[in-house]
Design a protein around this ligand. Structure first.
Ligand SMILES: [Zn+2]
Length: 79
């Protein structure tokens, strides 16, 4: 049997609690970033008029529905 002093036991419990919170935050962060990536997968922003639209056709240079210009596919990020 492992013997702990009271202050060591408190330290182990506090460390375990902080570790559990950190792991929950880390897992939630991974889930949130993957959802955000999935949500912005086919969203494009026009370089001419800054119009954002969803294009799921898969064409390399889709046309902007607002101004008709060709839009390059780039990964959008929300900060
Ligand atoms: Zn446009």
């Amino acid at each position: 049997m492992i013997r702990f002093e009271l202050h060591e036991l408190l330290l182990v419990y506090a460390g375990g609690f902080v570790l559990a919170i950190f792991l929950a935050w880390w897992a939630q962060s991974i889930v949130r970033s993957s959802r955000e990536r999935r949500a912005l997968k086919n969203v494009l922003r026009c370089g001419f008029c800054a119009h954002e639209f969803r294009d799921e056709t898969g064409t390399p240079l889709p046309r902007c529905p607002s101004c008709g210009g060709h839009v390059e596919r780039k990964v959008l990020s929300r900060l």
